[in-house]
Ligand binder design. Sequence first.
Ligand SMILES: C[S@@+](CC[C@H](N)C(=O)[O-])C[C@H]1O[C@@H](n2cnc3c(N)ncnc32)[C@H](O)[C@@H]1O
Length: 342
Amino acid sequence: MESPRAYAGHAHLTMALHSTAARAQSANVRPRRCVATTAASSVTEQVRDAIDSAQRSGNGREAAGFAARAAALESLDVHVFDRLRFFEGLSGLSPELRLLQRRGAGLRRRLEETNERFVRALRRRIREGRAAPAWLRRVLAECSPSSPSRLGYDSVDLLVMRLLGGRAPSAAVAAPHPEMVPYQPTPVRAVLAMIDAASLGAGDVLYDLGSGLGHVVILAALLSAANARGVEVEPSYDAYARQCVRRLNVPRASFVRGDAREADFDDGTLFFMYTPFRGELLRQVLERLRDVATKRPLRLCTYGPCTHEVALARWLRLRGRRRPSDDEVALFDGPVALARGA
Ligand SMILES: C[S@@+](CC[C@H](N)C(=O)[O-])C[C@H]1O[C@@H](n2cnc3c(N)ncnc32)[C@H](O)[C@@H]1O
């Protein structure tokens, strides 16, 4: 999966959230070259080892095992199925490799079923209003990899995508303005960082400007006591996000379909932007936020390259001494003269 810096071309969310980055990060992954130069017997050994190791790491319990199962599934794809596909095209599969292929497929099915059972149970608990923010936060922590990468997506993003999943729109339909950035979800760890940095809580109204499929809004409503609203210009994304909210029954999450240059967000106390637009369009939205800030203080949290443009707005003050990188959330207070604690 691409890093959050790489926006281009992400017109829709696919179920394969996990694949590209995990493959690239995987230490020994060069299946094609590797297989082409490896003797058949050692391919059999490598495939068997990969299946054994996926089996061992996929043995964990429900939540605690989610990240390991996601990694095991990834490893099966890369080290077993990709290899076997290549080898099959090259010289056909030996009976031994055919057996391993069946064993790998059975293991993959079992791992997927376990994860699906876990996700269904979680969804049910949320729908029934039995998932308190602190409890859900612990579940997300349990489902995160033990050493999360600072860039890109990981198993917790996969979990959230499946939790909120339905039929994602296959492509953006509206012809985007050149300064509008195509859809890409905020990594879950950045949503959590935003909730913590802003101490999002009861009495807050969060607006995600350019809310896409609604992940930030739904997570914020589930993981805090705040109301969360999304503003999204693309009708199919807006419809998808509303459907997720209905399916999961999240009363404090809602959506406004429209252009952030025109939508009514005057009741917002915290605004979030994962670089939804740039240039003049971004400046126009910042002007609207400045109008809101003339009535009462607000906070603006940014993620990705837009942070640099937002930092140029003189009515906003960046919290903290250091300018965050594109992979960190930045929190601004405004207007400067009225900023909290100023
Ligand atoms: C990088 S995505 C972020 C999605 C969402 N915030 C998330 O993190 O899951 C940017 C989103 O902004 C939307 N967008 C772009 N220009 C917009 C505008 N003028 N008004 C409202 N939404 C806009 C795009 O359609 C896209 O869904």
